[in-house]
Design a protein around this ligand. Structure first.
Ligand code: HPA
Length: 273
């Protein structure tokens, strides 16, 4: 029998009682990247604290609301304030909002994050379209009893980032004159930034950028048949030879500086989906 877990059913029922229009596209905004919301026609905001069983975000720079509204004619739901494993949430809790989104009608998920660049061709402020990820250094959110109502026990991960969306994203970036890089996102738990040796290891293992979010959300989305498009804003570089002290403030500053490019790209992509 395909039973939706009760906590998710209750969260979804509550949200629908406050805002009943289905959402087609879900958006998760990364650290320092919350301004996208000012571009949308906001119809409803619901703080996470009001939604039954919804995990609450605690990190600085994340405010913790579901924001419903439109861009063009597309109905979207934005998670302003992401949940991170390093905050102490279980991997399944990080997954919870993605499953809620699925039941609200979401078929496409756009994700942004701040990430450290390890590819030598990257500079601070670059946007990297995520073509694939490495999640083996994190905890898989699907560990535990499989939720058959969402997807199979052993989900395929051959295309976690939809090729069609990557093509569309690149074409739109070209039209808007926004330079983009492409690469593999290496997921870690954080909250420490990496040691010099770890940044080198990540590069050697095939990562182009490293960050503390995204992969768990993408795994849950893939499990539930939601197509994904992800972008990293490169906020620091991990493989410099000189002193390489990385701070959260620096990450937020670089993310804010790159944010207008990301917002323009997401906005055009939402309209084109
Ligand atoms: N490492 C991990 N996560 C990050 C980084 C980094 O260098 N920058 C922003 N998020």
């Amino acid at each position: 029998m395909r039973v939706i877990p009760e906590k998710i059913t209750e969260a979804v029922a509550y949200i629908k009682s406050r805002y009943s229009t289905p959402s087609e596209i879900g958006i998760v905004l990364g650290s320092g990247l919350g301004n996208f919301v000012s571009e949308m026609n906001v119809e409803k905001e619901i703080p996470y604290t009001e939604i039954p069983h919804f995990p609450v975000s605690t990190v600085e720079g994340h405010s913790g609301r579901l924001i419903f509204g439109q861009i063009g004619h597309k109905h979207i739901v934005v998670m302003a304030g992401r949940l991170h494993f390093y905050e102490g949430h279980a991997a399944t809790e990080v997954a919870f909002p993605i499953r809620v989104m699925k039941l609200l009608g979401v078929h496409t998920l756009l994700l942004s994050n701040a990430a450290g660049g390890v590819n030598a061709a990257f500079a601070v402020g670059d946007l990297m379209i995520i073509t694939d990820h490495i999640s083996l250094a994190t905890v898989n959110p699907l560990i535990g009893k499989n939720e058959d109502a969402f997807g199979p026990r052993f989900p395929d991960m051959s295309e976690p980032y939809a090729k069609t969306l990557i093509r569309k994203g690149k074409a739109i970036a070209g039209q808007l004159d926004i330079p983009v890089k492409e690469g593999v996102y290496f997921g870690v738990t954080g909250p420490t930034f990496e040691t010099r040796a770890e940044y080198k290891m990540i590069l050697a293992l095939g990562g182009d950028a490293v960050g503390m979010s995204t992969v768990q959300e993408v795994i849950v989305a893939a499990h539930a048949g939601i197509q994904v498009f992800g972008i990293s804003v490169i906020t620091d570089l991990g493989i410099r030879e000189e002193d390489n002290i990385i701070t959260h403030e620096e990450v937020l500053e670089a993310a804010s500086a790159a944010e207008p490019k990301l917002t323009a790209l997401f906005k055009a992509l939402v309209k084109a989906i």
